[in-house]
Design a protein around this ligand. Sequence first.
Ligand code: NIG
Ligand code: FE
Length: 418
Amino acid sequence: MTCLYIRNAAQLVTMQGNNTVARCGVSMGELGIIEGGSVIIKDQVIGFVGTDDEAVEYLAHLSDDVQVIDASDKLVTPGLIDPHTHLVFAGTREHELEKRLKGTSYMDILQGGGGILSTCEQTRAASKKDLYVQSEQRLHQFLLHGVTTIEAKSGYGLTIEDEIKQLEVAQELSQHHDVDIVSTFMGAHAIPPEYKNHPDEYVDLVIENMLPAVVEAGLADFCDVFCEKGVFTIKQSERILEAASMLGLQPKIHADELASFGGAELAARMGAVTADHLLKASDEGIKQLAAQGVIAVLLPGTAFFLMEKPAQARKMIDAGVAVALSTDRNPGSSPTESLPFMMNLACLTMKMTPEEVLTATTINAAHAIRKASSIGSLEVGKQADLVLFDVPNYQMLQYHYAVNHVDTVVKKGRLVVQ
Ligand code: NIG
Ligand code: FE
């Protein structure tokens, strides 16, 4: 057997000690840095983390062949994790950008039958094969940007068959691609045109037919709802998420994205795993998220691309909310796979520190998809997902911005980008 020895990193960011917290109060900004740190990987799993002197001693007791990667001018971190994407869909919507630049709002476009609904039309028309090919290209871009695990939502099918089609594509991609995918059912992403005049009947369909079918097929771990003025009401969102919880799907909420609507308060009341977006979250909502240990998944690329004011990350962190960051990859409000650029935006538009943004895209992102026991930090026994960046320190990732610094990606102990 060959083991992989990543030696003598300029900085090794371990995030050690952060993953004992299961739900709340995930501490921000403790990176567990080892200068001249090394990692030894055996059988897809981390076998050793420490200084290079200790690594040499550890290796002396091993009889395996050793493949050495010199990281002496590199930053090594856990594989980045994106806890909020809409990966699987067909087509693009570049024409909407022009409309928005001329003053039409994102919501006007949706209410006029475009936006999510235009992607829905294209996704319904696409074959599984076609969806797979288009989504695989996006997934590969994630990997090239250092992302080794993502969450992916359905929500562009809006019929049982088409929601299942999306979730099956995500499952197949997760099986065949190096990036792991955790799936979320989001049948309540928009009211489909055929239910425009009787939305509650669509909510009934989601609860009575879609949710049981998705659970029966074992296609999702979470359930999400676009709880927003003009989309799903608080009451409808609550009904859907309660039904989902009863069936074992953990709740997530697109909350207070475009209007202050009580989404954060609902997330707290339901004990949701995460409340996402939160551009317009109220002070009371923020307080309640902290009190209930709901993780805030912030999406600075969406605010940037929609030309909206970003979420109040500082206020949330100072109130004790655990923050994770994500691309929100989707064809309407955030067409990018660059999680590192989201980190730059989090720093520059929300004043998160370089330490906080690394925490938010590793261990906190792992907590946001309930995977912190196996990924999100570099610790003995955890899955060996790592990134080597071609920079000498972690601050440089935020300073030399909007450039892809990824040099090498290791997924489950294998070199997948080099
Ligand atoms: O998270 N807000 C709802 N859903 C996505 C956008 C989806 C789309 O425009 O296609 C979001 O921003
Ligand atoms: Fe989203």
